[in-house]
Design a protein around this ligand. Structure first.
Ligand code: IPD
Ligand code: CA
Ligand code: CA
Length: 265
């Protein structure tokens, strides 16, 4: 199958998964704690990931899948095609609000992102991209990001990073918060990344993200000229849980060098 055909099947699987999630809103869900009382998973997260595993096995038996809930493969190398899947990004929103959550998928070949998707289930907004071919919002091409300035910008930032924390100097983040036009926090990394690539936000950062949160978004970002990285500005490593920053190119360097300084104590 060529990339156009893989894209078609991937979008169909994602939309079917979205329909299943919507149908599940009328059923009793089971909520389980993972690492802490605020780190939750539902039976729907798990069933959605299992749906992806069975669909990918059926359509692409040679492809592997890395999923948040662990139903896919154990990935230690990037040989061949790997689907990186977050079946529900924003599980807390899914549980508490029944909105503001996404399915996000990155399809990587030999470690290079070829296809990326962020699907906002309740609105039906599909942001997609094919490497080198552009990014799309429900099939309509997205423009490259326009330049911006701090004073005009909206930044996606969770209050955790403006309070003392062990990752970054929160006083610098507070300076950034005062300098920009405003801040927003939506509770789904993929949703916030989708807002940066569409120009609704000008930057978003979080200190503890994993491959499944960002893999799809990174493919889309490249197509609109948004810059992604980790603290210090280097590339985000998909095999680690680490800080992630996405920003308009006019803001990225200064955010990295001045406002996101790693904690030294
Ligand atoms: C979480 C969300 C949240 C971010 C967390 C992620 P999940 O993903 O994206 O916004 O702050 O770090 O783990 O658990 O809802 O898939
Ligand atoms: Ca996630
Ligand atoms: Ca998830």
């Amino acid at each position: 199958m060529n990339l156009v055909q893989i894209d078609e099947v991937a979008q169909s699987i994602i939309k079917q998964a979205g329909e299943r999630i919507k149908a599940s809103l009328h059923t009793q869900m089971t909520i389980t704690e993972k690492s802490s009382p605020s780190d939750l998973v539902t039976n729907i997260d798990m069933e959605t990931e299992q749906f992806f595993v069975s669909q990918v096995n059926q359509h692409f038996p040679t492809h592997r899948l890395l999923g948040e809930e662990g139903f896919g493969d154990t990935i230690t190398d990037w040989d061949g095609y790997v689907w990186i899947v977050d079946p529900i990004d924003g599980t807390t929103n899914f549980i508490n609000q029944q909105r503001n959550f996404c399915i996000t998928v990155g399809i990587y070949k030999e470690g290079i992102g070829e296809l990326g998707y962020i699907y906002q289930v309740m609105t039906g907004e599909m942001i997609s991209a094919t490497k080198g071919q552009g990014a799309f919002q429900n099939g309509k091409q997205l423009p490259k990001l326009a330049t911006t300035q701090f004073e005009d910008s909206l930044i996606g930032v969770n209050a955790s990073w403006v309070a003392p924390n062990r990752h970054i100097d929160h006083t610098k983040v507070a300076e950034l918060v005062k300098r920009v036009r405003g801040t927003r926090s939506y509770g789904s990394a993929a949703l916030e990344i989708s807002y940066v690539v569409t120009g609704r936000l000008d930057a978003y950062f979080s200190m503890r993200l994993s491959a499944w949160d960002v893999a799809g978004g990174m493919v889309i970002a490249e197509e609109v000229g948004a810059i992604c990285g980790t603290l210090g500005g280097g590339p985000f490593d998909l095999l680690k849980n680490q800080p992630f920053i996405i920003a308009n190119p006019a803001l990225f360097d200064e955010i990295i060098t001045y406002y996101l300084t790693p904690q030294t104590t």
